[in-house]
Design a protein around this ligand. Structure first.
Ligand code: SAM
Length: 266
């Protein structure tokens, strides 16, 4: 009895401290992302110009591999085609896909990125009714309340581009993005492979950039499992881009291998 009473006093505080530590970690990484990307937002498309050009080319090349429903395909012609660009950054993917969708919603945790997205849409002559971004965090407690209108449901394609490795809980974020897809809608992820040199290279990043990263990348099998567990396990396909891409910024210079993955909501 004494042992039981002793445990009753020790275990709950231990569990609580574990809970608070992991939720502290979650908010630390979110805050680190906001700090870093608010500062980066105005020059992101310049710093990563080469990398972005490559990603756009690779996307154009496999647009029909990603989804069969676009405004210029028999499945999407004359229909509403909705894109969710989650963790959208300044929105170059939404802009690239503008001719092939009727609507895109960008969501990003960084206010700076959201205002870049909206500014660049305006400069490109794309009206906010067609494409606009809002600040949001899908891992946050208020997300479902904040994004509950019909405009935030039933997406045909949802992209998480170069961002999954920044999230404190990649699987949960994927599950919540999949919740926003229509049945048969496509979850599309672009990210980097976890390679032996990745950890070492990340160590060389500035402390600020390093703090914004949760994982060094993903293994192909892990990506397959994540898609299955997130509820987008139908027709999962993963393509590793056959070139090594060098990312050069004023702060760092490193090589990573990018993958494209797509799967459909069951
Ligand atoms: C490397 S950038 C990628 C931007 C863009 N999608 C691209 O493909 O270049 C990562 C983005 O993820 C955003 N981000 C990080 N954590 C987030 C979260 N929990 N929810 C929404 N956006 C987040 C950052 O603000 C940043 O814009």
């Amino acid at each position: 009895m004494q042992i039981f009473l002793g445990l009753a006093f020790i275990v709950p505080p231990l569990l609580l401290s574990t809970y608070f530590k992991s939720s502290d970690k979650m908010s630390d990484i979110l805050e680190a992302n906001k700090r870093h990307f608010n500062k980066e937002s105005h020059k992101y498309e310049i710093d990563f110009e080469e990398h972005i050009r490559m990603l756009c080319e690779e996307t154009e090349r496999r647009r029909l591999w990603i989804s069969s429903k676009w405004s210029d395909t028999p499945e999407g012609n004359g229909q509403e085609v909705k894109l969710l660009d989650y963790a959208c950054g300044p929105g170059y993917m939404s802009r690239l896909l503008a001719p092939y969708v009727t609507k895109a919603v960008g969501i990003d945790a960084s206010e700076g990125m959201v205002s870049e997205y909206n500014k660049k849409m305006q400069e490109a002559g794309i009206p906010p009714e067609k494409m606009s971004a809002r600040v949001g965090n899908i891992l946050g407690d208020t997300f479902s309340e904040d994004f509950k209108g019909p405009e935030y449901q039933d997406f045909d394609v949802a992209l998480i581009g170069n961002a999954l490795h920044h999230f404190s809980d990649p699987l949960l974020s994927m599950k919540r993005v999949v919740d926003r897809l229509r049945e048969g809608g496509v979850l599309w992820v672009i990210d980097v492979l976890d390679q032996p040199h990745a950890r070492h290279e990340h160590e060389k990043l500035s402390p600020e950039t390093k703090a914004s990263i949760h994982t060094h990348g993903f293994k192909v099998d892990q990506v397959k499992n994540l898609f299955a567990q997130a509820g987008a396990g139908a027709d999962v396909k993963i393509e590793v881009i056959d070139k090594t891409f060098e990312i050069k910024t004023p702060d760092h210079n490193f090589k990573r291998t990018v993958f494209f993955a797509r799967g459909q909501k069951l």
